[in-house]
Design a protein around this ligand. Structure first.
Ligand code: SF4
Length: 216
């Protein structure tokens, strides 16, 4: 699903002046014979910033490392900060695998679907099974489905600017009142406008529907 992307000026694709907390991106493993291995990156190190920008997630990271000259700020396992300069070809990856795909926090769903499959999970399972994720970045990276009810203006701007395509959308129903009732969310009724927005911005989407006759 993930494809490496190269941009002429990667900073053009990042939102400036982010005020919320972004955690350093913790490295899980280093690929053999990679630039990261040669430099001495280790599992447990964390990347704070690349060319002065803190990546919010794997998408930002991939954009940032498409530069030929990188100035990387790294927090090591002993909590010491190092600055590392790398010169590489534009299309060469560093060979770093991260513990998580998101370095800020996951965007959770704000719906209250009566049929919610998360609410129906038996108790006592691992924590991740109870997270109601509705995060467009995970949709782009891994193909998870979105309802679009929790997107803020800056999220729409980012999708358009970074061309996060394709995305996967849970439509359920296109009639505004029916969709609002299904998702128990007043923000759910604008799905057709949102689908038009994707078309206008050349973002490819895959939609899923489900038929729940008792809600018709
Ligand atoms: S969108 Fe609905 S079904 Fe999915 S997690 Fe949220 S409340 Fe549950």
């Amino acid at each position: 699903m993930w494809q490496e992307i190269n941009y002429k000026d990667s900073n053009d694709l990042l939102v400036p002046n982010i005020t919320y907390k972004i955690n350093p991106a913790e490295i899980e493993s280093i690929e053999a014979n990679s630039i990261a291995e040669e430099i001495g990156f280790e599992s447990g190190d964390s990347i704070i910033s690349i060319n002065g920008k803190k990546p919010r997630d794997l998408i930002d990271y991939q954009i940032l490392i498409s530069e030929e000259i990188l100035d990387i700020s790294v927090l090591d396992k002993n909590h010491e900060i190092h600055n590392i300069n790398i010169e590489k070809d534009q299309d060469v990856n560093l060979g770093i695998n991260f513990k998580n795909a998101l370095f800020d926090s996951i965007k959770q769903c704000n719906n209250k679907c009566p049929f919610c499959f998360i609410d129906q999970q038996p108790s006592g399972k691992r924590k991740s099974l109870y997270i109601k994720d509705d995060d467009y970045r995970l949709s782009f990276l891994y193909g998870s489905y979105l309802t679009l009810t929790n997107l803020k203006k800056e999220d729409w701007e980012r999708i358009a600017m970074q061309k996060l395509s394709p995305l996967f959308i849970s439509v359920h129903a296109t009639d505004p009142a029916t969709r609002e009732k299904l998702l128990k969310n007043k923000k759910a009724g604008v799905i057709l406008d949102q689908i038009s927005w994707f078309e206008k911005n050349s973002i490819q989407i895959t939609c899923s529907n489900c038929c729940l006759s008792r809600y018709k």
